[in-house]
Design a protein around this ligand. Structure first.
Ligand code: 6PG
Length: 237
């Protein structure tokens, strides 16, 4: 694992830095393999990044957008990560509808929808076995140290044989990438801002710690790992 950390003065500098990193990764991947695959995070921090990307001129037809986790609500629900990304970014660019791959959350059973998304990923990446490698997985971190929908002391943390599993936030189901799928990525970018993240960050970055209590500790990709932090979040590191 190549873990790197960059500390930016404030959230605006953090978003600008993350925008440049994503744009550079897109150009690299499209030049190398004529496509770019990205998995989006929910939450308020990445929303500003998505808004910044909406102003970019990029080869949208070669970019494929997935979600790393999703609340188990309709795509029209205010809590939907899909809705947030569409409103902030995807509705504002000329990207083919078929390049947008949302998690289905309309079934009766989250486990079935998790399996459906797994099948879709395996077909897209032509990867019937093992774990496909996304070019980029965007992640945030909650103030409890969760990432995606991998919440402390939940069964999802231990799933090692599936791409997609069902997370649990206070009894509410969520679809989420599994830890091994995230760790297969070529590049994982965490964007974390705010003083409320300090305690969890300290635990996640500690040499010794409890991965079940602080699930972001489990993210140790074989590819590049960059944590973009603002000074408010990084003050105790
Ligand atoms: C979600 C996100 C979640 C988010 C963290 C941090 O579905 O809410 O995937 O993991 O990244 O909760 O959110 P903020 O960046 O808004 O603090």
């Amino acid at each position: 694992m190549n873990r790197h950390v960059e500390i930016l003065a404030d959230q605006f500098a953090l978003i600008e830095r993350s925008r440049k990193i994503v744009v550079d990764l897109i150009h690299e991947a499209v030049n190398a393999s004529d496509r770019f695959t990205i998995a989006l995070s929910g939450g308020s921090t990445p929303k500003n990044l998505y808004a910044a990307l909406a102003n970019e001129s990029l080869p949208w037809s070669k970019i494929h957008v997935f979600w790393g986790d999703e609340r188990y609500v309709p795509a029209t629900h205010q809590d939907s990560n899909q809705l947030m990304a569409r409103q902030a970014w995807l509705d504002k660019i000329e990207i083919p509808a078929s390049n947008i791959h949302p998690m289905n959350t309309t079934g009766a059973d989250p486990q079935q929808d998790a399996q459906r998304y797994e099948v879709e990923l395996r077909e897209f990446f032509q990867k019937p076995q093992g774990f496909p490698a996304f070019d980029l997985i965007l992640l945030g971190m909650g103030d409890d140290g969760h990432t995606a929908s991998l919440f402390p002391h939940t069964d999802a943390l231990s799933v090692g044989d599936r791409l997609i599993t069902v997370g649990n936030k206070d009894g509410q189901p969520r679809l989420t990438f599994s830890v091994p799928l995230i760790n297969q990525a070529n590049y994982v970018l965490f964007i974390v801002a705010g003083a409320n993240k300090r305690p969890a960050l300290k635990q996640v970055f500690a040499t010794q710690g409890d991965e079940m209590q602080y699930p972001s500790r489990l993210i140790q990709p074989q590819g590049e790992l960059l944590w973009l932090l603002d000074q408010a979040a990084a003050a105790e590191l």
